[in-house]
Ligand binder design. Sequence first.
Ligand SMILES: Cc1ncc(COP(=O)(O)O)c(C=O)c1O
Length: 391
Amino acid sequence: MHGHPEDQCPQPDAMPVTLTRPLAMPIYPTSVWQCDSLEQAEQMLEGNVAGYVYQRDAHPNAAALASKCCQLHGAQHAVITSSGMAALSAAVLSRLKAGDHVLVSRELYGRSLQLLTEQCSRLGIDHTLFDPCQLESVAASCRSETRLIVVETISNPRLKVANLTSLAKLAHEHGAQLLVDNTFASPVLCRPLELGADLVMESVSKMMNGHSDVMLGLLCSNQSNWQDVTAAVSIWGLASGPFDCWLAARGLATLPLRIARACESAMHISQWLNHQAGIEQVDYPGLENHPQHTLAKQQFHGQFGTVVTFHLKGGRAAAERFIQSTQALPFCPSLGETITTLSHPESTSHRGLSGVQREVLGIGGGTIRLSLGIESTQHITDSLTAGLKTL
Ligand SMILES: Cc1ncc(COP(=O)(O)O)c(C=O)c1O
């Protein structure tokens, strides 16, 4: 029919023949793929033949990003999800069922804690919270129904470092699997699968992408029953979009450079903050007085992360004044940007916890989380000085 949109869509056969290939990965913004036969469609949907049919099941931009993530983590399998929370959901929905028990680090990102406690309880999955730095309490909390132990490599926001080798051993001794949220470390500092973890998740929205323009997650593993995970992603609707995956693949190309630079700055700034008046305490695994400094040295091969947390004297009122006067360092509840940003866990990432829970974690009104970018350290200290003058 003349004028029908199909007439305007150039078909591959009608395109000029070319012997060259694009250097940059093309974006495939198609929700569905045209199949040649019933047999072909069926075989691809069954996973017997490689190919794409429907974007929610698989698409080339997610496959390209997943393959880069597999290289970075030394993983055989990876799936890209619509967010870090979707990656955690994929792990829970594919690995747990009603009646199971999960051991949850009490130091997780606030939304992860809510998912693994409130939401899992609704599905009949019980939990026990544990301190990731008290391994005896982990062993004591394991039950015969324990299927999963969940921990962050470097915890948000107090930056405690979990001993992943010991936790993996403990999990396996009790017939459970270890799921590690590696967001604060990134594969540049730590590859948890090599330390015995069974599943690794990342919020790709953070350092992995690095430009605050994408919301994506990663779940990767060396486990053989991976089709349960990809099925959960498709069935529960946790899949990613092509443009986000394309952007994140571009961000990943500079990951080691960005992380190296931000880690250097984080070390410098944590030492500088340690000598400033108005600050009660500085948390950074690179500082010698950090409780897990020795473990961090072994586990991260000389780098200590891109986030520094510090606690202002004067509580929330001091934090409010500080944030108002450090406008050159944007206040936003995320991390892992090329520019340095500030966050206030009490009112953002951990606002879903009760006051008592936050007190146990040591998150107060004066707690500030600084995510280092790649600017000069002079720019950062100048901006922080402006904030500290208001205290
Ligand atoms: C440690 C950690 N894990 C998971 C998430 C969730 O990731 P997303 O925001 O991509 O869903 C976040 C988000 O801040 C996080 O900080």
